[in-house]
Design a protein around this ligand. Sequence first.
Ligand code: AMP
Ligand code: GLY
Length: 425
Amino acid sequence: MKILVIGSGGREHALAWKIAQSPRVTKVVVAPGNGGIRRSFEYADVGTDDIDGLVSLAEGGGFDLVVVGPEGPLVQGLADALTEKGIRVFGPSRGAAEIEGSKRFAKEFMARHGIPTAAFDAAVSPEAARKIVRRFGPPVVVKADGLAAGKGVVVAGTLAEADAAIETMMVEKAFGNAADCVVIEECLRGREASFMAVSDGMSILPLETAQDHKRVGDGDTGPNTGGMGAFSPAPGIGRALFEEVQETVLRKAVAGLRKEGRPFRGVLYAGLMLTADGPRVLEFNARFGDPETQPVLMRLESDLVDLMEAAVDGNLSRAKAEWKSDTAVCVVAAAKGYPARPETGQAIEGLDEAARWPQTVVFHGGTRLAGGRIVTSGGRVLGVTSLGRDLAEARRRAYGAMAEIRYDGMHYRRDIGLLSQGEAR
Ligand code: AMP
Ligand code: GLY
């Protein structure tokens, strides 16, 4: 099989790495990839927002399956365009991807189908938004309706912070049209966990859980990011809670989308807050999580391509996934200035030494090749991911490997896998 992977982050590096292990796969091409991906795989220089270019690439290259990593092209209708040409694609249609593309749609969808989530209201003017935050009272959460690269959410501790978020999003238009509408939510407390499941539109195949660390600083301090690290399995999730989430969140969402004429084929991701009153959905994503995918795929024993094909062909109810009992930890190394203003172009040293640590893979997120060297090119530069018999061993390996790596302005959290402040509350 020839497989085309679309995307350029750590998640796509992990997808290509895992797909290439399938004995059925003869060739993996990544478009556009990044420096690290391009060192290991064939690539095509077509960007993720060039839908026509990606369709021509998939058509011309004779690919047996296209795997779409990021949400952008899904929300723009890449899966629909490929399906129209008869090309098999792992990733949902534009209609199904709206569960991620519009937070308002997602919240109203959850309300329609009784999926547990935070109380909310939506506003299309700053005045209306200011009224709603006063009705909820602080702390309160302000979210841009549309896609904002994981940065369109502000957890405001005071009304002043909520007003400032409304100003940035709706008046200064920091995210362009993505915040023409904002969703305002009650602030939930608890531990977060990421659940992912493969779906063929009818049934689901749950993946192992993971916990992401969203804030930039140790102890959950500083602004939200796309994710500074993740580990799998997420702690404290027994059989009963796992089943409850499959039933009340993922199966319900897949059934609801099907009923609404938007069957979901791909990976459905639910970001949850495990509150004292039970699990609540913070967000749905229409794709694999980044960085959750890196530790989760390191633990997958089964052939990922088999699972993806079963989803595309509607045979998922017969598929089964085998997992390593090990723990996996992924620590993200970020660029100087991330998340506000990442600086790029810094030469990276020590990658080969890091890769020599046992059970460790250095996935590249924001790198490029410059004159034969790997340099930084984005905010989340690397995801150093290690397996261990337990969390302590996985952490020792990931941090040991990380200590081999150097570039100007490099920073990473030291507490990936440990309890954070939010959990102590
Ligand atoms: P989202 O992109 O909607 O998952 O939001 C990003 C992050 O903001 C989440 O991972 C949480 O840490 C935080 N967050 C979002 N919604 C809420 C909420 N209702 N209450 C508390 N924290 C939230
Ligand atoms: N790590 C969170 C996400 O992929 O959206």
